[in-house]
Design a protein around this ligand. Structure first.
Ligand code: EPS
Length: 365
């Protein structure tokens, strides 16, 4: 069965939910490891006061017994502690009593760059909150929980996935990235950046060129572009390859089928080639601004300025964790497609068999 993921949840609703299907039985999960990833996602330097309210941890409602997967749908929940301040405003059922707390007044000032305007037009909402709540990057918490499960599966296969920020506000050293964040906070700006995800220990042969939709580079790009605020994805040397000659763009093959370089980022024709997988995602500056941009009040049609709310200065470190989870999930999906298996033992046996088959030719040092 293919690995699947469905999520639900609003930013200030009661909880975020993920259902992961297609996991083999017998995979050991560790609550501490999932919670550690959830904490990493919350910790970046440019985060908003919201993160002081939340302390994300995973609950499992189904699919796990005594720490081992059952081969049945795995139901993960991350509660929104901030919901306590929004019980009237974000009540799933018609709320009791007079409007109180946050979210009680409709939002009518769409922020350029957020889902606000497109969402209300598409779905016919009067209150922008009905669009922004689901579009919010808060939702990435539960993707990180699902990615953490995928990483546990990949670890069994010897694959390690890691994400890190490589650029924030145009700066590339840790010190300069922090200074840029401090300055943006002081000047009430927001920043974007670039994250890089690498996966090591990836065997050749994940993904396929059989159909466009099978190509793993395309699947990774689609999954990463689906993360809030991501506007670009590149694999390996990506856009820089377009400016090189063929002799400087590809990765020559040595005996043992190793490569001298990894400009392709571990993917050729949408298939892993045994080299580390390298992908980068570019994030735009966050659109909730303390210096609001011009907008229009949807209630009156008059020119005004966009909604001002608490916001992160930048969430690039958070994106690194989310992108890591995203890549891990897609890689786990591709590995299960290649190797299959209802139980972890079946999966590992299939891996051994496959590696044995290609070992006559593929012998990395
Ligand atoms: C977000 C707006 C902010 C961020 C949020 C994403 O939330 P709030 O509206 O509650 O201040 O803090 O990110 C998270 C809460 C999170 O956990 O990552 C948005 O509009 O996308």
């Amino acid at each position: 069965m293919a690995l699947g993921l469905v999520t639900a949840g609003e930013s200030h609703g009661p909880a975020l939910v993920a259902i992961v299907t297609g996991l083999p039985a017998g995979l050991a999960l560790d609550k501490e490891m999932i919670d550690a990833d959830l904490r990493r996602r919350q910790q970046g330097y440019g985060r908003s006061p919201r993160q002081k309210l939340e302390s994300d941890e995973v609950e499992v409602l189904a699919g796990l017994r005594h720490g081992l997967t059952l081969g049945t749908p795995l139901a993960l929940v991350v509660r929104n502690r901030d919901h306590a301040n929004w019980t009237w405003g974000m009540s799933p059922w018609p709320p009791d009593g007079d409007p109180s707390g946050k979210g009680a007044k409709p939002v009518t000032l769409p922020r350029p760059g957020h889902a606000d305007l497109a969402g209300v037009l598409k779905f016919g909402h009067d209150d922008v909150r009905n669009a922004l709540e689901r579009a919010s990057a808060r939702h990435t918490a539960v993707h990180v929980a699902a990615g953490s499960v995928a990483k546990a599966l990949l670890r069994e296969l010897g694959i390690v996935v890691e994400g890190r920020p490589v650029e924030i506000g145009g700066e590339t050293t840790d010190e300069a990235m922090r200074a840029a964040t401090d300055e943006a906070r002081k000047e009430r700006h927001t920043l974007g950046g670039v994250v890089e995800v690498t996966a090591t220990g990836v065997m050749p042969g994940l993904g396929s060129y059989a159909e466009k939709s099978d190509r793993l580079d395309g699947r990774l790009a689609a999954a990463l572009m689906g993360v809030q605020a991501v506007k670009g994805v590149e694999v390996g040397d990506g856009f820089a390859l377009a400016r090189r000659r063929g002799t400087e763009a590809h990765d020559e093959i040595d005996p043992g089928l190793e490569r001298r370089t990894n400009r392709a980022g571990g993917l050729e024709a949408g298939i892993t080639n045994g080299e580390p997988l390298v992908v980068r995602a570019a994030m735009k500056p966050l659109p909730t601004l303390m210096r609001p941009l011009d907008s229009v009040d949807l209630a009156t049609g008059e020119a005004t300025q966009a909604l001002v709310e608490r916001s992160d200065v930048q969430a690039v470190e958070a994106l690194a964790v989310v992108a890591e989870a995203t890549v891990a999930f897609e890689l786990a999906r591709a590995a299960l497609e290649k190797l299959g298996g209802d139980s972890l033992d079946d999966l590992l046996a299939a891996k051994r068999h496959y590696l044995e088959r290609i070992s006559a030719r593929w012998r990395p040092r």
